[in-house]
Each structure stands twice: as C-alpha cells, then as structure tokens.
Write a protein that binds this ligand. Sequence first.
Ligand SMILES: [Zn+2]
Length: 479
Amino acid sequence: MMHDVRRSFPPLAVLLASSLAMAQAPAPVPTPPDARAAAQAAREAANAKLVDEAKAHRAAWTKAPADEVRAHPDAAQFPGAVPAEAPRLQHAGVIVSPDINRWRPKAAWWHPTGLYAPAGEVITIDVPEPARAAGLSIRIGAHKDNSNPKASKFRRTPVNLTHAWPLNAEQVRVASAFGGPVYVEVPRPASPGGEPISLRISGAVAAPLFVLGVTTPEQWQAARAAPGPWAELASPHIAITVPSDRVRSIEDPTELMTLWERGAVLVHELGGGEFTSERLVWDPAISAGSMHSGHPIMCQGGLDSIVDLAKLKGGDVWGFFHEMGHNQQYGGWTPKGQGEVTCNWFPMYFRAEALGLPPFDRAEKWTRPETPMPRGEIGTGNPGGAGHFVALRIWRQIHAQFGWEPFRAFLRSVREPGYVAPATDEAKWDDMLVKFSRAAGHDLSPHFVAWGAEVSDEGLNRAAALGLPPWKHPGAPGP
Ligand SMILES: [Zn+2]
C-alpha cells in the first residue's frame, strides 16, 4: 500500500504553534497551587499528545521508501530550510577511513561529509563492495534527543530527528522528513589499518565543513558560504555541529579547532583509556538539563562559547568538559553521590593544562565545619547541603597538594585489562583511597575520613599498610 507520510499525520506546526501560544500566555495574577498544578498537568498532557504524534510520524518516515517521504512542515523551522536554488550535488565523493577513532563502547563514529540532505529529498549513495563489507551506514540528522516532556514549550519537533540506514546494496536511496547533516557511520569493531573507502553521494547540498589538518584556510573561505544550514568543525578526536550562521564569520577555524583537539586529547590523557572521539551537537531542546553526555554530547547551552575562541580561552568551557568527564565515568568506578563530582576532574584539567587558568575559580558559600563530615555524607553528592562543588573539594585539595598524578594513576588503573569495578560504594571508596594514597606517597585516610567518604575499616587498614605518612588538607572538615 502506498503510504503518503506527509498526509498521514497532522501538521505538527499547528500543534507546536498552539503549544507556543499556551506557553507564552501571560499569567499576571498569582495562581493558587492547585491551579498551577492543573496548568502543569494540562501542559504535560498536551506535550504527551505532541510527542505521540511526532513518534508516529517518525515511525512512518523512517520505514517508508525514500520516494514516499515528504518534508515535514516544521523542518523548515528546525533543523532548517535549504534554499531551493542551492545546487543538489551529483556523485559527490566522500572518503572514510574504517580505522578512525571511535566512541566507546558500541556507538558508531559519525564521519562528517560536508553534505546536507534537504528535508524530503532523495539522497542516493553508490556503495562499492568494500563499503558494504565494512558494514557502513548513512545517517541523516544530528539531533538525536527526544525533547524534555516537561518543557514549558517545545522549541522543535520533540523526538529524535536522526536516522541511519545500512549501506547494504550497490545503490542505496534514502530520505529524511526533516533533513540534516549527512554522516557515514563507521561501526565498531574497528578495522585497524583498513584501506580508506570511497563513496559517491547524490542529491545533497554542500554544507560548511572544516577538518583540522585537512581543510586549508583558503578552502574554508569557500566552504563556509556553502548553503547547508548546519556546519561541522572537526579535528581527529572531536567534531562540533552548530548552525552554519555561527561559523560563517570565522575567518580561519584552525586555532579554534586546535584548542578543541587539545581538549579532547587531554580528556583522554587524564582518562587513561582507549583513544576515542567526541562529538558535540548544539540542540535547542534536549531531553534533560543544559547538556548531557554520550555520543554525541548534546548541548542546549553553550552555543555562544562553543565556537568562540576568546570565550573558550577565557575559561567558558566547564559544561563541555563536564560532559566529556561523564563519558570517562564508564566502567562503574565512581561511587554513589560522586557522579556529578568526579566528571569535574576533566574541566579542571583542561582549564589548568590547556588554558593555564586556575583549575577551579567559582566562589562557594561554605564554611568549613569544626567536626569531620559524618561517614557517608559526601556520598549524598550534596554534603552538608552545600552542593557538588563543595563535594569536589575533597579532590581539589588533593590536586592542590599532589598535582594530577594521583588522578592519572587511578584512572589508568580502571582502564587496565581485567579491571572490574568494586561491587559496593564502600569498596569503590577503598579502591580510590588506596590508589590515590600510593600515587600521592601519603596515606590519605585522614583526608577521606574528614570528608565523610564511605571507606571501610579494611580500606583504612590497606592504606595504613602502605606505610606512608598520614595526610589531610588543612581545609578539610574537622579540627
Ligand atoms: Zn553532569
């Protein structure tokens, strides 16, 4: 049965517009709590309806034959329109390396192509045998998140707007109802030393693409004017996806991407693991928070600094490296309450090593208590009600005295083959205590205990058995 994807579903533009109108309706008179709760419930019910519509639409277009996919009415608003007169390129060459660094542990690397698929238009890929054998896929779209259903309004169609199709035939034809940047997905496992693979892609338009070490400034001067509405700035270990109008005024992204590349290298240097690649995508409506980790790292915040070299150099980097830090927390080595804490080792490291700034420069309202924190207090993630940055002090104080080596030594240890994360939070704290103590050349038991770390008697005995002088930072809680 022929299935017209465009006509099968109500235009979300209408629904989004009504949602926006509702969200923007003024509320000058304070409403009683039960009225507010009713309004919130109504908004969430309306959101749920929009999400259901969008999910049904997505289920249809991602399965439909390419010729039957039509542009979604909201695609022109987000991710954006492609000028009708922009040339649709024929047989554009794309070369991908099958042994490119990839993200952990199962995700495919999205190889940028400098191409943008207009919404509802067919993209044709000529796939040589090596590409079929390598298990490559074609992906259209960078915006993978479902929007937060509790949002006061949806700033875009609230579901995953990307889709990937396997390159499993000599010629593959695909189309996206929303359009988006075109990527070639290179799957795990890696094929080290594999020959580069050439593909030909027809029907897409050019989009701004800069690859550090590949694109010359002269080439960039031409590339930045390309009509695709989303741009990619890439280096060997990181890629950034932002609206094209954010990069068209950049004369030469070399210094910018050199700094980002240095950041990605530093994250993995501190993290001590397999060298993988990061991707940051700006999105006006992510599923939760201002940014979240993963591949890609989705950034609802940070658009003003992500491609602004001066702001990055000034230290406006915390969120990006906080999320890259989360990407380094895999393996289960972080104890409870430290999830939003140990990830911050990474922005501290980047600020210090790449920017020459103090690793941490926020003022905190906190008075050191006269008694040690109760055991387990730091495991709340909010010791004494003072928040993550006070919880981070246990580490900032170790860094201030002993530098980065204890952190590197610990993180190297959790990447060693055969490492199995301790099963309990107590055992995780013990593991940290012993490894940090050994690398610091001091028994850090007094410091850990003062901060209320959940170390066990056995852990304290193991640290004491190292025969090292005891140490506690003078700024730790207690006398
Ligand atoms: Zn976080």
